[in-house]
Write a protein that binds this ligand. Sequence first.
Ligand code: GRG
Length: 296
Amino acid sequence: MPESDFSELLESISRSAEWVDGALRPFLADYGRQSLLPGAASHCLEAGGKRIRPFLVRAACRAFGGDDSRAVHAAAAVEMVHTYSLIHDDLPAMDDDSTRRGRPTLHVLHGSPQAVLAGDFLLSGAFTILLRGPQTPSILGAMTRHLAEAAGASFLVGGQFMDMAPPPKPDEEWARRMIDGKTSAMIRVSLELGALAGSCPPSALPAVSAAGDRLGLLFQITDDLLDVSGTEEEMGKAVGKDAARGKANLVTIMGLDESRRLAGRISEDLDSEFSRMPGDWSEVRMLSAYLPGRRS
Ligand code: GRG
């Protein structure tokens, strides 16, 4: 489908970005006044980004009939964890990238010590803002546990480590486990937090988590495909990096054609999966239909 057929989705993502930025801005400004760390932490937030994860939090909350205001703290929290991971991923000690979200990376502008500390602040700040949400202490506890697990050594941090230290002959199983950690966990937890914020029945959560994992896999395959076929302008970051560094990912392991076919299959499966789930998942279904053809 051409990009123009997704104008409603793209408009909704852009409105969702304004919505979450409306919560992030005062939170960061408030911190800025008390903080010993100068403006570095807000750099990556100010520089934009697609804000897909906040969009997913909002969509999952809406799917269960929740008001957007119940999801905004969780949406800001996942974006902060995600932004921290990008700042640290770009450091010279990790992927050593000089462009992100169309701007010089934070360590290029302010040096590595500030970039490390800005990431640290965003990670701890995420939990501060999450816990300001309007949910009951018991739901907030569940949300905190989900986010801490997704950001921890079994998922985000562990997946990043797998990416940095691949085995001599990386195979598909390795690549899928790495994606599960470094990408899917944050996509999955976005849907989980949104569902919890929207008071989903506990019995609905396992299906939400499973669909989130598959959506994350689709997101990463299309990210890796764009690393091969996209431009720096479209992506806001350097492309062709994995090939240039001889780094393995699912696309280099499976090949372009098979990866494109897999992306199409996952997208179709997700459509029927979300259509069978309780609630109205139309926004997420639209996103999963859009991803195989995305250009940014
Ligand atoms: C350093 C703990 C730690 C983790 C880093 C996020 C990450 C793990 C690595 C960045 C490289 C990468 C390709 C990660 C997979 C997740 C992903 C596709 C991130 C990019 O997300 P987008 O496209 O970025 O949503 P924007 O800038 O739009 O927010």
